[in-house]
Design a protein around this ligand. Structure first.
Ligand code: DHK
Length: 166
């Protein structure tokens, strides 16, 4: 599935007849600025590069991916609700919401499918306010510190979790 950075077009869950599961790859605030945002920390890859990398990884894993980004906490939470209602797995880079959004955590606690938290950088090696994730406790696991590879590894984890549940 072509990545949809704007609206999140209709998504498709793992359906009868072996349809590919769709994974929502959700990105929080300031991640639209990748490429120019603190490249010494986040690298030079853009959000479009993230989307292309996820699409390629999804193809290899037999997963459709739907990549989205928002700076808006309410929009991100609406997407999490959509995932819960559609039983869609989620790879989530909550960006700064990671560290303080209890509203996001509460939404994620309603999840009905695998959830992997992902970060480009390694927050544990950065400022102390980044050391705590309020999301981690409701995720299956976290991948951090590997740049674009973090997303690929997270998608591999989702594929493994889906296979385990099948
Ligand atoms: C991205 C952000 O925007 C930060 O607020 C997080 C995360 C780290 C990342 O590494 O992808 O602290």
């Amino acid at each position: 599935m072509a990545p949809d950075l704007e609206t999140g077009a209709a998504v498709q869950g793992a359906g009868p007849g072996g349809a590919a599961a769709t994974v929502l790859v959700l990105n929080g605030p300031n991640l639209s600025r990748l490429g120019t945002r603190e490249p010494e920390i986040y690298g030079t890859a853009t959000l479009a590069d993230v989307a292309a990398t996820c699409a390629d990884a999804g193809d290899a894993l037999g997963l459709a991916v739907d990549v989205r980004q928002t700076d808006d906490e309410a929009e991100l939470i609406a997407w999490i609700h959509q995932a819960a209602d559609g039983r869609l797995p989620v790879v989530l880079n909550p960006a700064a919401f990671t560290h303080y959004s209890y509203a996001l955590r509460d939404a994620l606690a309603m999840r009905t499918a695998p959830l992997v938290e992902v970060h480009l950088s390694n927050p544990a090696a950065r400022e102390t306010f980044r050391h705590n994730s309020v999301v981690a406790g409701v995720a299956d696991g976290t991948v951090a510190g590997f740049g674009l590879l973090s997303y690929v590894l997270a998608l591999r984890a989702v594929a493994a979790l889906l296979a385990r549940r099948a």
